[in-house]
Design a protein around this ligand. Structure first.
Ligand code: SAM
Length: 227
């Protein structure tokens, strides 16, 4: 929250921006939304004391075995999660996103050590098949991309294809759609089928000052190991 904004004003701005973000329905809508938002998106995160990416990174770090290799950040946006991983000395990290404008911001993101947070950034639509080889990554993370009109549960199958056995995943999903859009069932089905193990979905705040009556201010962070 900036000094010149009262909490009420800031809350109203957040509500308006989130209303626009949750109104998207297609990959083209997402491209158009984030083309406009990319330049001010990091400021939005700071003003609203966004803590989602930090928590995904911390749960990932707790589970990561020694000797892991590349981690993929799905829907990386401007790179907040890459920054948090860099802070925890997790590398190399690659990012993938549909928005060239958001990726351009992520390209400039450097960690506390001054090094770029991402080794490689790719533009792709994650609602379709991903042009990456099976078993390419030893970790998969995501914050903020599994939400209204963005990525649905079918994307999870493709993400699980491109990670290798033993890989660690922490995928955040907006709490208001976790059950209604089939994410809970999908994670539980993958666990029952032996595709993933050690599944644990924790409900966490997206913003430091999350309104407890608004499920959009919360996310389930689903952590698992790929079998
Ligand atoms: C709310 S932002 C989250 C960005 C970042 N992970 C964070 O925590 O701040 C959602 C991101 O998902 C991306 N996205 C939306 N639809 C997508 C799609 N079909 N394929 C790939 N990325 C998509 C958007 O471009 C945007 O950067």
């Amino acid at each position: 929250m900036t000094d010149e904004h009262s909490p009420q004003e800031s809350g109203d701005e957040r509500a308006a921006l989130l209303k626009a973000a949750y109104a998207v329905k297609s990959p083209d809508d997402n491209r158009a939304l984030y083309a406009k938002w990319a330049a001010t998106y990091e400021q939005f995160l700071n003003d609203n004391r966004y803590i989602y990416a930090r928590q995904v990174a911390e749960i990932f770090a707790e589970r990561l075995p020694a000797g892991g290799e590349a981690v993929l950040d799905a829907g990386c946006g401007t790179g907040r999660l890459g920054w948090e991983l860099s802070r925890l000395r997790i590398s190399p990290v690659e990012g993938i996103d549909i928005s060239p404008e958001m990726l351009a911001e992520a390209r400039t993101m450097t960690g506390p050590d001054g090094a770029p947070c991402y080794r490689h950034l790719m533009e792709a639509d994650l609602t379709g098949s991903i042009a990456l080889e099976t078993g390419s990554y030893s970790g998969i993370v995501s914050s903020g991309a599994f939400t209204h009109g963005h990525l649905g549960p079918d994307t999870l199958a493709e993400l699980l294809r491109i990670v290798r056995p033993g890989a660690v995943g922490v995928i955040g999903v907006n709490a208001s759609i976790f059950e209604s859009n089939g994410f809970k069932d999908r994670f539980e089905r993958y666990a029952a089928e032996g595709v993933i193990g050690d599944l644990d979905a924790q409900l966490r705040k997206v913003y430091e000052d999350a309104d407890s009556s608004n499920a959009n201010h919360f996310a389930y962070l689903a952590a698992f190991t790929v079998i």
